[in-house]
Design a protein around this ligand. Sequence first.
Ligand SMILES: Cc1cc2nc3c(=O)[nH]c(=O)nc-3n(C[C@H](O)[C@H](O)[C@H](O)COP(=O)(O)OP(=O)(O)OC[C@H]3O[C@@H](n4cnc5c(N)ncnc54)[C@H](O)[C@@H]3O)c2cc1C
Length: 538
Amino acid sequence: MSQQYQHDVLVIGSGAAGLSLALTLPGHLRIAVLSKGDLANGSTFWAQGGVAAVLDDADTVQSHVEDTLNAGGGLCHEDAVRFTVEHSREAIQWLIDQGVPFTRDDDPDHEEGSFEFHLTREGGHSHRRIIHAADATGAAIFKTLLAQARLRPNIELLEQRVAVDLITERRLGLTGDRCLGAYVLNRNTGEVDTFGARFTVLATGGAAKVYLYTSNPDGACGDGIAMAWRAGCRVANLEFNQFHPTCLYHPQAKSFLVTEALRGEGAVLKLPNGERFMPRFDPRAELAPRDIVARAIDHEMKRLGIDCVYLDISHKPAEFITTHFPTVYERCLAFGIDITRQSIPVVPAAHYTCGGVMVDEQGRTDVPGLYAIGETTFTGLHGANRMASNSLLECFVYGRSAAAHIVGLLPHIAMPEALPHWDASQVTDSDEDVIIAHNWDELRRFMWDYVGIVRTTKRLQRAEHRVRLLLDEIDEFYSNYKVSRDLIELRNLAQVAELMIRSAMQRKESRGLHYTLDYPEMLPEARDTILVPPTFDD
Ligand SMILES: Cc1cc2nc3c(=O)[nH]c(=O)nc-3n(C[C@H](O)[C@H](O)[C@H](O)COP(=O)(O)OP(=O)(O)OC[C@H]3O[C@@H](n4cnc5c(N)ncnc54)[C@H](O)[C@@H]3O)c2cc1C
């Protein structure tokens, strides 16, 4: 029997964004935080490097702003960048107050009174400004925030709950546009429950799983983007997908990044015949920026029809390799690859979704009562290329500002009346799950081949044709069969894929992460690609 729930705030997503919003809200509010798997399901847990913020006395807001604008290929919104950076110090202080065990600065020359935590530097940043917890920052942040949330009796943490769709006044045929909550599949009971809420927040992460190879965990299916789109929200800049050049290529190795530091220490990229190819693409060879290396690998894979290329550091002494890269060494060894003697099979992998649901500085979407925060959003911060470690920062800054905005509106917004139950009277159990599995594979493969690192108009047209067929097939399946996590994710991935393809086709230039052989030049004027859902024009 399906259940009805009522909360003041429904937060869909238990990563950095969702947890920071829930913890910033006052303790008298009834809050539900949902995760479609276990609570550690999102990308947050896997973040390694750290969080960018202006913390060092020698650093300035202006410098962080300029670095971000430079990385973003002329497409960042300067106001959003400034807003994020100006709130970076207080966001980090909040994390420190929650108890996040950031690595301390144990440098003997550390000056009395200066910032006490260690700051590292990453690509694109002109100062040391990355605060981190060794090389497992995301896990440290997630565990700390989760522990804090568990101490709060007003926060209900619900695992194995997959939001299927948002409930809006429009969807119920009422006058108005307000979001009233969501229908949510409880994977423990198989029922779709109704969550009514005064405010609903999408904190569902990115959509990198739309590609065959990704560094993201399994849940990164763009659910929030697809749900928001169906509810009437605009989305923007979905053609900008960041690819990490070197992910381990092995049938059993899901999503393992081979750190860029290997190339920093002299590892070279080779073709299956042993030929080194990067010098042909860029004078900096393996040390060229991420997007250039990813593009070169993609080019060679497509040219030769090969499944992967090879990263080789075996010319360095074994002891150097095992002491500098213990994690990579151990992980590869577990798959039978001894990196002190063998090269590592690698492919580029989809890593970060720069575009998403359009929001303002308070995380408000186009639908009243619906907020979005974190990787699922388009705030204007990342432009055409995300700068390293700005993404976690965005989760905290917008999570906290959305919470503050919700608090301001509380006195004016009542709890929605009882909402209709999910109607499952017309659907049956599927006996054709093979269709879902097949469509999953097909979608991710053609997105990789046709809408990947290097694009052409012809490839995009092919992808558009394929995705429309898939969407029809999935729609039919969705109308006739009971929902499952796989079906919900496939439906959302296909929707987001269609939006990505459409966005890529609209951009008649190459800029940042969007590179097309048909329009290799950058246009003088930088413009966002904004897609408006049909309900908006009704
Ligand atoms: C390997 C890796 C390393 C990274 N390193 C860094 C780094 O060093 N610094 C940095 O700034 N960024 C880094 N990033 C990016 C950063 O981790 C993410 O952008 C950020 O964690 C996203 O947080 P989020 O809260 O928006 O979403 P996530 O942490 O991805 O959480 C999404 C949540 O939404 C839930 N969810 C999704 N769909 C539904 C649904 N339909 N119903 C219910 N729940 C749902 C999931 O279960 C999950 O709880 C890295 C990413 C990866 C993959």
